[in-house]
Design a protein around this ligand. Structure first.
Ligand SMILES: [Zn+2]
Length: 141
């Protein structure tokens, strides 16, 4: 047992439920998985109990993605509305809409001060608590 106590993570954490738990479990293993509907070939993001395109449940599978993609759009957060001290310390920070190379688009932090539309990015994982690992992105090296 470690004698060093982990620094408390003070930012908002995602709430896990039976539908989202597989996503977070894969993140904990530093792998990016997103749901895919084998009935209608739709990517499903965020995790859902049924396919929003065709309505089927049994056709949803978790698919492993490469974690590579490009900046589809982004915004730079310069102020935190609730003045959360934990996020305040990160200002300014960048939130990107990442188009993954397999097709789905997800929002995430991008570890960069500036980006351009189309910049190549790749996922990395930040273990923030013993239960939660957050997928974040950085420019491809
Ligand atoms: Zn479907």
């Amino acid at each position: 047992m470690s004698t060093v106590e982990a620094k408390k993570y003070e930012k908002a954490l995602p709430e896990m439920n039976p539908v989202t738990k597989p996503f977070w479990d894969h993140c904990k293993s530093h792998e990016l998985y997103i749901q895919f509907c084998e009935n209608c070939s739709a990517w499903i993001w965020y995790p859902k109990a049924w396919c929003p395109s065709c309505g089927k449940r049994a056709s949803i599978k978790w698919m492993k993605l490469s974690g590579r993609g490009k900046i589809y759009s982004y915004t730079i957060i310069r102020q935190v509305i609730d003045n959360s001290p934990a996020f305040q310390a990160d200002l300014p920070f960048l939130i990107g809409l990442i188009e993954l190379e397999e097709g789905p688009r997800i929002y995430s932090n991008v570890a960069a001060k500036e980006v351009n539309i189309g910049d190549a990015v790749e996922v990395y994982f930040e273990d923030v608590t013993p239960e939660i690992t957050l997928p974040k992105f950085k420019k491809q090296s």
